[in-house]
Every structure is written in structure tokens, then in C-alpha cells.
Design a protein around this ligand. Structure first.
Ligand code: NAD
Length: 415
């Protein structure tokens, strides 16, 4: 029987993972799921409403970078596995203010690793045998690809944004704890996720909601940046497979084998919106005299240092563990768009405290937004980009009113 400590379990992927493991057959042996989450702007108990009624679920409000908090969680719950999702995950925010990224992504990972090491020292060899520390990471650590090729597990790290650099640092620490202390660590590096419960600063939920409301769809640069897209349910299934079957010290790349330019993603979203809620019946578009969701697309100033292309070669995980994604991108996008359209209350609840200022142009966050964040117990203002995607901003503020000047003021784009 297992007790899973899921850090960042109130965020997008973490909450989907919690839902995934609580729905597994009893034979999976999930006895307890403890979520440790700071509830930053990106985390919400709204994401865990259905888990809250499960007697196996425990929520702890706390910071992974706080040693005493982490020690208390290990002491109180004696986890048999840690899944480290907790992170600052928005590239644009890391450009404006990297400090929270170093604190949570690097220091937080270190505190968890060290608490796990001390826990196993106390618990002895029998506890070490079944224990796993699964550190959830990203393909962004590998840097940017040209037109061909794909990242494999041995691709050298070459992070190019503060976010990617902080994740790379954490990956190195996690592997060092395996080699130095024998901590049973496994690391996964995954491509862009999409699906339900993603905070609407990221490409797919942002564009979906903007489109439905007849707002501009801001696309970074010329829209040719390429990302590989994986449905979050496939990611969760992959993580469970790795947790159960990967040996200590292993590392696996997970990807959806669905490379798309940002422009292709936005077009797929427009098509899915058209199928779900035809533009001719949408008063928000009619009010702007527009006949198609694609008419909402706007090219805006690119993100500084925007990586051109990421692609994952998932051969190793398929060969060793038999994992492969089940969702194809187009049907996954259709069901995701339907989910956001059907869950307006969730969208309103998680966005209620968020601003939509453009982020990621290299300016620091304003003191006023910081003090608001701190009053709310939040880590940052709302803006756009999925782990990689775009950002709303002045463009978004303008969606309801004046048209925006496309390249200078906008946001959004992806990846
Ligand atoms: P997210 O931003 O939606 O959620 C992050 C969660 O971590 C939130 O619940 C937040 O409250 C929590 N958190 C932040 N700082 C914390 C702290 N100091 N202590 C405790 N909790 C804290 O992120 P996500 O998209 O769900 O990503 C989860 C993990 O997966 C991250 O590590 C990210 O790097 C990785 N990843 C994401 C993607 C993607 O496309 N979203 C792709 C590959 C890897």
C-alpha cells in the first residue's frame, strides 16, 4: 500500500494526477494521497473539489521551500513516494522576475530531496526499497531545436529561459541525490501539456476563453514556434507507469508525438470553437462584425529568447515501459475546448484574483502587483502562456474595447 506525497497537487497537472490515482483500481494500492501546495495564483482548491470527498485525500497548505513544513509532512504522513509537481511554471513570469523560480523550483526541490534522504535514513533499508522520488520536469531544459531532430534522454541540457534553467538545476540535484546518497530518484521530462484544469494564462485555455468571448487571440511573433503537445491524462498515465515500473536512477522523456506550430494550435482551437459554438451564433463576434473565430487572431511582439522548436523522442519509455499516448491532438483539443466552455464557473473562480497584464517582455513586476499578490497569498499576477504558450495583456484588456496595435502591445503565442 502506498502513501503518495504530491507537491503542487492543486495545479494543472498535479490535480489531474491526484484525480487519476484516486480513480485507480484498489489493486493499485493507493492508500493515501497527501497534497502539499502553497496555493499560488496557479494553484486552487477548485481543482480538487472531487478529490476532497475521498477519505484517502489529505491537503496540506504549505511551501516546499520551507524546511520545517516539509519535515512535518514527512513526519506526519511517512510517504512511500514523492511526486514533485510544485513549481513556478510560466516562462513569461520567469523573464519578468526569476526569483520565485529559483526559490520554488530549485530550493523547493532541494528541501524535498533532503527531507526524503533524512526520512529514509530514519526509516531504514526496508523503506528505501519501495520508495520513489519522482521529479516531474520539462523538455525545455534541453533548449531549442532546429527544423529536425528530437530530444532523447541523453541530450545535453541547454536551458535558455530562467524557468528552464531553474528546472534544469532541480533535475541535476535530483540525479545527484541518486548518485550520492542512493535516494531512489526517477526524473521525467515532458512536452507541453493541455487538458482540463489548466490556469487560463496558458495557450490553450487562454485562446479558448478569449475566442468564446470574442476577444483577440494574440500569437507571439510569426506563430511558427513548434511545440509537441501531450494530453494531461496521457501524462498522468505515463507518470504512474514510471512510478510503478522505472528503476531508481532512471530518466524518461514523455511526449505526444504531436508537433504543431503555435499558429496550427490556434487554428485547431478556432475550428473546435466553431464546431462547439458556431461564430454566427456568438453575439460577441457579431458585435465586432466578425464571421469567424480565425478573424480574432493577432500577431504580437515575440517573447525574448523564444525557443523555436521542441520535440520529444519517446522511444525509450515506449520500449522499456510500454507507455504511449492515447489521445490524438485534434480530438483532445475538441474535448478540452468543450470542457472549458462547460466549466465557466471554474474559469471565473480561478481567474477572479488574477490580472491580465502582458508579461514576459523583461520588465519587473510592479510593486502594486506584488503587494496584491502577497495580500492574496499568491505568487504572481495572471498573464498568459501555457508552460510554453502565450500571454494575455494589454491585448487582452483591449479585447472588449479598442482594437490593439498588433505587434507592439499584444501578447500570446506559445511556447
Ligand atoms: P502549475 O503552475 O499549473 O501548478 C503549479 C502548482 O505548484 C500550483 O498548484 C502552485 O500553487 C504550486 N506551487 C508553486 N510554488 C509552490 C511552493 N513553493 N510550494 C508548494 N506549492 C507550490 O504547473 P503545471 O503546469 O501543473 O506543472 C506541474 C509540473 O510539471 C511543473 O514542475 C512543471 O515544470 C512540469 N511540466 C509542466 C508542463 C506543462 O505543459 N504544463 C510540461 C512539462 C513539465
Amino acid at each position: 500500500m502506498s502513501t503518495l506525497l504530491v507537491t503542487g497537487g492543486a495545479g494543472f497537472i498535479g490535480s489531474n494526477f491526484v484525480r487519476h490515482v484516486l480513480a485507480l483500481e484498489p489493486a493499485a494500492g493507493v492508500e493515501r494521497v497527501v497534497v502539499l501546495d502553497k496555493l499560488t495564483y496557479a494553484g486552487s482548491l477548485e481543482n480538487l473539489r472531487d478529490a476532497e470527498t475521498d477519505p484517502r485525500f489529505v491537503f496540506v497548505h504549505g511551501d516546499v521551500a520551507d524546511r520545517d513544513t516539509v519535515a512535518a509532512v514527512f513526519r506526519d504522513h511517512r510517504p512511500t513516494a514523492v511526486l514533485n509537481f510544485a513549481a513556478e511554471s510560466h516562462v513569461d513570469r520567469s523573464i519578468d522576475d526569476p526569483s520565485d523560480f529559483v526559490e520554488t523550483n530549485v530550493r523547493g526541490c532541494f528541501e524535498l530531496l533532503d527531507a526524503a534522504r533524512r526520512h529514509l535514513q530514519r526509516a531504514g533499508d526496508s523503506a528505501r526499497e519501495g520508495f520513489r522520488f519522482l521529479h516531474v520536469s520539462t523538455d525545455e531544459v534541453f533548449g531549442s531545436l532546429g527544423e529536425t531532430g528530437a530530444f532523447v534522454e541523453t541530450t545535453p541540457y541547454a536551458p535558455r529561459s530562467p524557468y528552464a534553467a531553474s528546472k534544469a538545476a532541480a533535475d541535476h540535484l535530483a540525479r545527484a541525490y541518486f548518485h550520492t546518497y542512493g535516494l531512489p530518484v526517477v526524473v521525467t521530462n515532458c512536452s507541453n501539456n493541455y487538458g482540463p484544469y489548466q490556469f487560463p494564462e496558458k495557450l490553450i485555455p487562454l485562446m479558448t476563453l478569449n475566442g468564446a468571448e470574442g476577444k483577440d487571440l494574440p500569437i507571439y511573433g510569426d506563430g511558427t514556434n513548434v511545440r509537441d503537445w501531450l494530453h494531461v491524462e496521457d501524462h498522468c498515465q505515463g507518470l504512474w507507469t514510471v512510478l510503478e515500473r522505472a528503476p531508481p536512477g532512471a530518466t524518461y522523456n514523455l511526449g505526444g508525438e504531436s508537433e504543431r506550430t503555435n499558429l496550427q494550435v490556434v487554428d485547431a482551437l478556432c475550428d473546435a470553437l466553431e464546431a462547439a459554438r458556431p461564430a454566427k451564433d456568438n453575439p460577441a463576434l457579431a458585435a465586432r462584425g466578425l464571421a469567424s473565430y480565425r478573424d480574432l487572431r493577432r500577431f504580437v511582439r515575440d517573447r525574448p529568447g523564444h525557443d523555436q522548436r521542441y520535440a520529444i523522442d519517446p522511444t525509450a519509455i515506449r520500449r522499456d515501459l510500454g507507455w504511449r499516448p492515447r489521445h490524438d491532438f485534434e480530438s483532445g483539443v475538441r474535448s478540452t475546448v468543450a470542457w472549458y466552455l462547460e466549466n465557466g464557473d471554474w474559469c471565473a473562480a480561478v481567474q477572479s484574483e488574477s490580472s491580465r497584464d502582458r508579461l514576459g517582455l523583461g520588465g519587473s513586476r510592479s510593486e502594486s502587483s506584488r503587494s496584491q499578490d502577497s495580500r492574496l497569498g499568491n505568487a504572481g499576477p495572471g498573464a498568459a502562456d501555457a508552460e510554453h504558450p502565450p500571454a494575455p495583456d494589454s491585448a487582452q484588456k483591449d479585447h472588449r474595447g479598442a482594437a490593439i496595435d498588433s505587434r507592439e502591445e499584444g501578447c500570446g503565442g506559445g511556447g
